[in-house]
Design a binder for this molecule. Structure first.
Ligand code: HEC
Length: 373
């Protein structure tokens, strides 16, 4: 049912917005249905229906309704969407929704709100709630990673909602990039070490890697050391680069993971194909598309570096057969180390708070203990 309400949150296509000022002083009949639809979704607690609509044609209405859904599920879902959505405009709208959710209305304490209730809204008596710290962390890293225009938009939204975040420098000119970008160098195998993947046939390496259960902690360190993080995100809420690795363990078997790492060009992840861009000035760039707006394309090249290409300066783009993920990126590892890397990928759940598979039993026991106490 909630699903069928979501499309009603949109104004009719041919409707015009009120033109006089102040806007609320004139009738706007086309707003009635969208408004009621949003209220209905909120009363139904239709978080899932709204989340499902975020990447579709009713994104606007879905996000509008979610601004009133102070629920951990809403926050989880929106953060997860940020891990997958590449449209810069939609990402901004999601971040703005999260900023709006940072505070909630304080509980009514039996007396009318304090002597100085807020008169600028949206809350009379804004208080933090248990998801505020997570929202704060995601917004902080989004502002630090954003291009200057998006960063100033997000800062304006934060100021409008009077959210001040620790760790976010207040003056825009002192913004530092949170992550130094250094070009990826494909490591070479040591010719004297027959145990390294670069010195053995694919089948042998794959077989040995699959025969072993890897160590997640070692894998995490390898993800960093082998520069996987230059092109991939491994937690929800990070600024998207190449394919997001959270949930990859659910989508792929260990054997498929081995293949995508050792032979990246055999199957190319949808949406992350390699393109050759020819520019009007004769220069060419090869990379995959990180995001695309009405003005520019963000591309990341094989050394993991990102560059913005203005649409007006792109002469042509042609899709290439080769993956942009460098072949040989784990040539210096043993198959057992590859198993560690794979164990790490399989352990990812996106949020630091949700229990990893291996901890799930312990969590159960401790919650039982708490229940018995
Ligand atoms: C220079 C950028 C770059 C680096 C470095 C890189 N990758 Fe990739 N990776 C890509 C791109 C682009 C794709 C999508 C194209 C494809 O499927 O080959 C991809 C695809 C993948 C996939 C398949 C994803 C899917 O959804 O199908 C996996 C798994 C993967 N990479 C793991 C890794 C691991 C592990 C490392 C580090 C050892 C790594 N990558 C390093 C760029 C990179």
């Amino acid at each position: 049912m909630a699903k069928s309400i979501v499309p009603l949150t949109e104004r009719p296509k041919d409707s015009s917005l009120p033109t006089k000022k102040p806007a609320h002083a004139q009738p706007d009949p086309d707003r009635v249905i969208p408004h009621l639809a949003v209220r209905a979704l909120v009363s139904l607690g239709a978080v899932d229906a709204c989340l499902d609509a975020v990447d579709g044609p009713n994104a606007h209405g879905a996000l509008w309704a979610m601004r009133y859904m102070h629920d951990r599920k809403t926050v989880d879902g929106l953060i997860r969407k940020l891990g997958a959505i590449r449209s810069p405009d939609l990402r901004r709208d999601i971040l703005a929704t999260l900023i709006r959710l940072y505070y909630r209305e304080a509980d009514y304490k039996g007396v009318w709100w304090g002597i100085r209730p807020e008169n600028i809204g949206p809350y009379y008596d804004a208080v933090e709630w248990d998801q505020s710290p997570r929202i704060g962390a995601v917004i902080t890293s989004a502002v630090l990673d954003a291009d200057p225009e998006t960063a100033s938009y997000l800062r304006a939204e934060l100021a409008r909602h009077r959210v001040s975040l620790n760790g976010l420098p207040t003056r825009p000119e002192v913004v530092t990039v949170s992550e130094k970008e250094a070009p990826v160098v494909v490591p070479k195998a040591d010719p004297k070490n027959p145990n390294q993947i670069g010195n053995m046939p694919y089948e042998g390496a794959a077989k040995r890697a699959l025969a072993r259960r890897g160590n997640t902690a070692k894998g995490k360190a390898l993800f960093k050391a082998q520069s996987c993080g230059a092109c991939h995100t491994d937690a929800d809420g990070q600024t998207l680069k190449g394919p997001h690795m959270v949930d990859i363990g659910k989508r792929y078997s260990a054997a498929e993971l081995v293949e995508s790492i050792l032979k990246p060009s055999v199957k190319i992840a949808q949406g992350f194909e390699t393109y050759l861009f020819e520019m009007t000035n004769g220069k060419t760039f090869t990379g995959f598309v990180v995001s695309e707006s009405a003005r520019a394309v963000l591309v990341r090249d094989a050394s993991g570096l990102q560059r913005e290409l203005k649409l007006s300066q792109i002469e042509s783009r042609t899709i290439q057969k080769q993956s942009l993920m460098p072949e040989g990126i784990v040539n210096n590892l043993t198959p057992e180390e590859l198993a560690d890397l794979i164990a790490y990928l399989q352990s990812l759940t996106g949020s630091d708070e949700s229990p990893k598979k291996s901890d799930a039993r312990m969590m159960d026991l401790s919650s039982n203990a708490a229940g018995a106490a």
